[in-house]
Design a protein around this ligand. Structure first.
Ligand SMILES: [Ca+2]
Length: 108
């Protein structure tokens, strides 16, 4: 038992009765950088993609990103580590350092 709510015999998910927005059409990123227009449900459950909501593929929302690129120069390198060290305890913390280390050498 996972706490669902029975909607009745022959009920349908049309119209999003569960109110989670899975019928909403939007932009979906599949296999890293492929951009498609799909419903939220199809994106996540059929294609295993990342649902981006109401954004246009023309804005390139599926471009690969480097979460450790703290200075946004397109690469995770020694400068990002130095930025974490210089701002440690003020603007950066342990989580930021671990993100940079795990993402080290990532480039966009
Ligand atoms: Ca960087």
């Amino acid at each position: 038992m996972i706490g669902g709510e029975y909607q009745g015999d022959d009920s349908s998910c049309e119209g999003d009765p569960c109110g989670v927005g899975f019928d909403e059409p939007g932009t979906c990123c599949i296999e890293g950088s492929q951009c498609m227009q799909l419903t939220h449900a199809a994106c996540e459950f059929k294609y295993g993609g990342r649902y981006m909501g109401a954004v246009s593929c023309e804005d390139n929302p599926c471009a690969p990103t480097c979460s450790g690129d703290l200075n946004a120069d397109g690469a995770v390198d020694v400068q990002d580590i130095l930025d974490v060290i210089s701002g440690f305890g003020v603007s950066y913390g342990v989580d930021d350092l671990l993100t940079v280390i795990s993402d080290f050498c990532c480039t966009t």
